[in-house]
Every structure is written in structure tokens, then in C-alpha cells.
Design a protein around this ligand. Structure first.
Ligand SMILES: [Ca+2]
Length: 128
């Protein structure tokens, strides 16, 4: 029986570390604008690559909401595109307030992103 060559072991190790855990946390928004229809009822939907990571709860009537939920993805890879979409819940259609998108890098990173409809979204993520 052939034993595992060092090269094979190296390849297996490389494949194993290629997938990393992504965690998104400390999500908050400031100065959200939902137009003339009062204060926004905001929530966040997250994606990483083609995977959907779920959504937060809705923070009602709050233009400076924060969320204590985290998003976790166990099969993330460096340079995957992470997308965070901020919505305002409404009767009928929910309005998209803005999208924050970036290629994820190893380590812990804190970001602020400006939303198309006004205000900004803040979050931290760790990939590793
Ligand atoms: Ca609303």
C-alpha cells in the first residue's frame, strides 16, 4: 500500500485551509432615510458568494438601528464577495435602502458604507 506522500499531505492541507469561517457582527446603521413615509423599519439580508446567510430582525421606527444578530458562514473563502442589503420593511414592497458589497479578506475588518437612499451602514467581519 502506498503511503501518503508529503506532497499529497500538503495538497490536502491547502484544500482544508482554503475554506474559512466568516462572521459578520456589530451591525448598525445611522441616519437612515425612508423618504416621506416616516422613520424606517430596517433589516439586513446577507450573502457570501452564492450562499444566503439569512436576515436580521426588523428594527421598527428607528433611523439609527443596531442589530445584535451575527451572520456566520462556514464555507467562506478569501476573495468571496460578501453582500449586505439594507431594507426598509413596508406594507407590500420592502424598499431597498442600499447595498454594501466587498471582497472579504482574512482577519478582522471594520467598515462603513454609504447607502444609496441616505445614511450609512456599519459592520465588522472576521474571516479565519
Ligand atoms: Ca417602513
Amino acid at each position: 500500500m502506498a503511503s501518503c506522500s508529503p506532497l499529497l499531505i500538503l495538497v490536502l492541507c491547502t484544500l482544508t485551509v482554503a475554506e474559512a469561517q466568516l462572521k459578520v457582527f456589530n451591525m448598525r446603521a445611522s441616519k437612515l432615510d425612508s423618504g416621506i413615509l416616516g422613520t424606517p423599519d430596517a433589516y439586513v439580508i446577507a450573502f457570501c458568494g452564492s450562499a444566503s446567510l439569512g436576515e436580521t430582525s426588523v428594527r421598527h421606527n428607528n433611523e439609527n438601528p443596531w442589530w445584535d444578530e451575527d451572520f456566520t458562514h462556514f464555507k467562506a473563502q478569501e476573495n468571496d464577495v460578501m453582500r449586505l442589503e439594507v431594507y426598509d420593511q413596508d406594507i407590500g414592497f420592502d424598499d431597498l435602502l442600499g447595498v454594501c458589497q466587498r471582497q472579504i479578506k482574512l482577519g478582522t475588518h471594520k467598515h462603513e458604507c454609504f447607502l444609496e437612499e441616505g445614511g450609512s451602514f456599519h459592520y465588522t467581519y472576521t474571516l479565519g
